[in-house]
Design a protein around this ligand. Structure first.
Ligand SMILES: O=C(O)CCC(=O)C(=O)O
Length: 370
């Protein structure tokens, strides 16, 4: 079907639902002279929330080699992680043990996937947020709200990836590369979970035990160049539902995080990962640590690719604060909820931000997040 996008500078250009579902890469590839953003993508962003107004800042940097060093180095690294979790909810890790060539290979195969013909990617098209493998676009195309300038591929991973046989088989090396990458990233998450457990005064294996078999979800995001990047977003402000997300990108800037009510642009640093806390850790820590709102902005010149891997408990786990922390604070600040119900609720909200988390808070006083 022909696109209804016109190159005329009319603010009313708009797309049909079928065209929307084909995604933004398809849209850009088929509208060479697009000067204006189609109306569906224009987000009502308050002036202070405009992507270009973010402050350039730096998040804490943690050298993870300290966790394998002397007792003093280990304790000082745990202390640094604990402070970063309490103050920022975001930090960058260096000396994490994953080779740069493996990171590069993963980004490359993701890029090859998105460059496949649309019909090939559409084999994985799905709007059910719980499906094992999903290719899609925006945040939720079934809802009547402004679209986001992003296509994505998502699937489960895990130390023993049960859905491996469903992962994309084109590019032909995708499964092998993703399996190896996700295994290493899982081990990294477990290592950081251990340090966070200790920093919370819990047994070092506390979080690892709480997640059981665990859930690992990869979200590979593709953000093509956008004609009016200041009017839309690649991904709206949201917190992640899991415990820890481990993120890298292809070197093109785009991640912004909300800290002290201000948007900060997080620069790309080659060979490092950006790690952030999700809602599961806010709940488990009984609010001592906060999950942090973040978003992806787009740009007019270059395609950005980001690869976010989230780690949380197994789907049927009951998510609730750790017992020792409830005792310490004499209250539980969050109502228990089954993890998969939490995900379903969070993924179907229109106003993402931290609205799903606010729903399970026991006191409205807790709604101040950062
Ligand atoms: O692209 C980014 O930097 C952020 C990605 C992200 O937040 C997500 O996939 O949930």
């Amino acid at each position: 079907m022909a696109l209804t996008i016109s190159s005329s500078p009319s603010p009313s250009v708009s797309m049909g639902l079928i065209e929307q579902k084909k995604g933004v890469k398809h849209l850009v590839d088929n509208s060479k002279d697009m000067k204006m953003l189609p109306a569906e993508f224009i987000l009502a962003l308050p002036e202070a929330e405009r992507p270009s107004l973010a402050i350039h800042g730096s998040i804490p940097v943690i050298d993870l080699s300290g966790l394998n060093g002397s007792i003093e180095q280990r304790l000082s690294t745990i202390h640094a992680i604990s402070s970063a979790c309490a103050e920022w909810g975001f930090f960058r890790v260096t000396n994490h043990g994953i080779k740069s060539c493996m990171m590069d290979e993963m980004v490359k195969v993701i890029e090859e996937f998105f460059r496949l013909p649309l019909e090939e990617k559409m084999r994985y098209g799905s709007e059910d947020v719980m499906d094992a493998v999903r290719y899609g676009t925006s945040l939720n195309t079934t809802r009547k709200h402004a679209l986001h300038w992003r296509d994505f591929l998502r699937h489960y991973g895990g130390p023993v990836p049960h859905s491996y046989h469903l992962w994309p088989d084109n590019p032909s090396n995708y499964r092998d590369i993703a399996k190896e990458y996700l295994k290493e990233v899982w081990q990294l998450a477990v290592k950081i979970f251990g340090a966070i457990s200790e920093g919370l005064g819990l047994d070092p294996n506390y979080i690892e035990r709480s997640i059981g078999e665990g859930t690992q979800i990869i979200a590979a995001n593709y953000f093509p160049p956008c004609p009016e990047p200041n009017k839309t977003l690649g991904l709206a402000a949201h917190s992640d539902h899991g415990g820890l997300t481990i993120l890298m990108d292809n070197g093109i800037h785009g991640l912004q995080i909300k800290h002290n009510q201000t948007w900060f642009a997080v620069p790309h640093v080659p060979g490092t990962f950006v790690v952030n806390l999700g809602d599961y850790l806010e709940i488990l820590s009984n609010g001592r640590y906060k999950s942090v709102e973040h978003r992806a902005v787009v740009n007019a010149e270059k395609t950005r690719i980001s690869v976010a891997v989230g780690h949380g408990p197994e789907m049927d786990a009951i998510v609730q604060p750790a017992d020792p922390l409830i005792k310490e604070m004499s209250e539980s600040k969050y109502r228990p909820i089954v993890y998969k119900d939490y995900i379903r609720g969070q993924q179907s909200t229109i106003e993402r931000r931290k609205s799903a988390l606010h729903e399970i808070m026991t006191s409205s006083d807790n709604n101040i997040d950062d």
